[in-house]
Write a protein that binds this ligand. Sequence first.
Ligand SMILES: C[S@@+](CC[C@H](N)C(=O)[O-])C[C@H]1O[C@@H](n2cnc3c(N)ncnc32)[C@H](O)[C@@H]1O
Length: 203
Amino acid sequence: MGLYQRVLQPRLHDLPMGTKSLVTARERVCAGLVGDVVEIGYGSGHNQPYLPAAVTGVWAVDPSVRGFELSASRRAASPVPVVHTAADAGALPFPDDRFDSALCTWSLCATDDPAAVLRELSRVLRPGASLHLVEHGLAEDPSVVRWQHRTSGLNHMVAGCVLDRDVPALLDASPLQVVELRTYYEPGAPKTPGFTYEGRAVA
Ligand SMILES: C[S@@+](CC[C@H](N)C(=O)[O-])C[C@H]1O[C@@H](n2cnc3c(N)ncnc32)[C@H](O)[C@@H]1O
């Protein structure tokens, strides 16, 4: 990881991920989380204020140490303990059936191997446990898709995430069972990065 990815990109993520327009999606996606939760791409902890009381702990998987440091005030204000693991979510350092829930928000787009991440989540979730996710990805409107393909490479270089990830195809190809997946354009955001998938999948 270079200096830009280590030091600047976590700050670049922290600002937009903290915008008020994402709060209602965070509230919805965190609702119903229970027990020990593995969170993929914890970033600077913007989901922490919305964790329900039934959550006993969060295992935050994110290679970015600087991002985790930026979460300090949100962790301090939360009753839920957080354990940081600076690992790649494509190779989770946890035993099978370890977690009661999983959370992934705007992070599959940032991982190199999202299929491996979903496989690993299915392995570490106990049978019947849910992954709660909200992700931006491949749009349905062909004119938006064209722009997503055109600009995804540049976006990956600057912001560290791709714009055209086919979230339903990835979920369908994974061992997880989708129980709910709705799509919408993020209110107030440009359409190219704003096409959103939100839902639940069960292990
Ligand atoms: C756009 S941020 C989203 C942060 C947070 N989930 C949120 O909703 O605010 C994407 C995060 O994914 C993390 N990430 C990138 N590659 C990863 C990987 N292989 N495994 C786990 N997290 C990763 C980045 O470090 C970054 O913190």
